[in-house]
Design a protein around this ligand. Structure first.
Ligand SMILES: Nc1ncnc2c1ncn2[C@@H]1O[C@H](COP(=O)(O)OP(=O)(O)OP(=O)(O)O)[C@@H](O)[C@H]1O
Length: 298
């Protein structure tokens, strides 16, 4: 049996005056998954997340949340857009009470997001990352079946990011669906099995990450060798390989993988040792950039 959908959107359009923020968006999010929404500034991510949270309604299209028309499953959906709305003059614990009322789960959620030690400190002194964690804690208090988060990694250091990722993975293991946004594909790689890429209000890709990287084959690789001048000559003669930026000091070659394999063999044959051959940006980030740039150029 197919996994039930936590989110099913068809032909969603949302305008603000003359600005078309979402333009015929289709989206399927399977239950119990962590689904990433990624795109450049102004792509429509926050607008779409706002519709999932029923903060606004679509101008056109159909939106089903947890099997019901949007707006009918409010108690099962939680999260934030832009940034969590918090009271700076209250402590972390008081914020949770102000936002969600007294509940015996307060200490547990503060512990879960790693804020137990500062539970009685005023939020005014919190860093951006701590505020994001407190926003997540507030969302978790209601034990949502769909958790919607707008750039939850904003302001988090690597350890904080890992901690929050761990929380989201545990929630998904227990059946909660998570939809979150980011500007960067590489942020989502570690966390999401599926992503939707938005550009200027349109979906340019939606599906498993593996499919995305397979669709984009030609990448830029930084090539460091024992003899840079001789290596440039070998690259010039190698089929299917181009120098990405001839003016750059470091040699960056653009090629598909088979041509790259052939290049390495040619270098070795000429006695040139390869010291580094690495993608300049991750394959997923490269695919993301290619897709979003194509859409922006339309
Ligand atoms: N309340 C609003 N009034 C007018 N225009 C809006 C409003 N909200 C969003 N927009 C416009 O809709 C488009 C999509 O905005 P949105 O905030 O959804 O994008 P985003 O992908 O979340 O961007 P960012 O990454 O910068 O947060 C933008 O052109 C934005 O200026």
């Amino acid at each position: 049996m197919d996994t039930p959908l936590a989110v099913r959107a068809r032909g969603i359009t949302k305008c603000f005056g003359d600005v078309v923020a979402l333009d015929g968006v289709d989206l399927d999010v399977a239950s119990g998954r962590i689904h990433g929404l990624v795109g450049p500034n102004g792509a429509g991510k926050t607008t779409l997340l706002g519709l999932l949270l029923s903060l606004a309604v679509a101008d056109e299209g159909q939106l089903e949340i947890l099997g019901a028309p949007a707006g009918q499953a409010l108690s099962a959906v939680s999260g934030f857009v832009d940034s969590p709305g918090l009271y700076p003059s209250l402590t972390a614990r008081q914020n949770l009470t102000a936002l969600r009322g007294h509940t015996p789960r307060t200490d547990a959620v503060l512990e879960e997001v790693g804020l137990s030690d500062v539970a009685d400190d005023r939020v005014r002194g919190f860093s951006l990352g701590m505020r994001q964690r407190l926003g997540l804690a507030a969302a978790l208090l209601t034990e949502p079946r769909l958790l919607v988060l707008d750039e939850p990694a904003n302001g988090l250091d690597p350890a904080g990011k890992k901690h929050v990722h761990g929380v989201l993975e545990r929630l998904a293991d227990e059946g909660t669906t998570v939809v979150l946004s980011s500007h960067r594909m590489d942020d989502l790689e570690a966390l999401c099995s599926e992503v939707t890429i938005l550009a200027t209000g349109r979906v340019v890709f939606s599906g498993p990450l593996g499919k995305l990287s397979a669709e984009n084959a030609e990448l830029d690789y930084r090539l460091r060798t024992s003899d840079p001048a001789a290596a440039r000559q070998v690259v010039a003669d190698a089929p299917g390989v181009r120098v990405a930026d001839p003016a750059a000091d470091v040699l960056v070659v653009r090629a598909q993988e088979p041509a790259l394999d052939d290049l390495v063999l040619r270098l070795a044959k000429d006695g040139i040792a390869v010291r580094e051959l690495a993608p300049v940006v991750s394959p997923l980030e490269a695919a993301f950039l290619a897709l979003t740039q194509q859409e922006s150029a339309r």
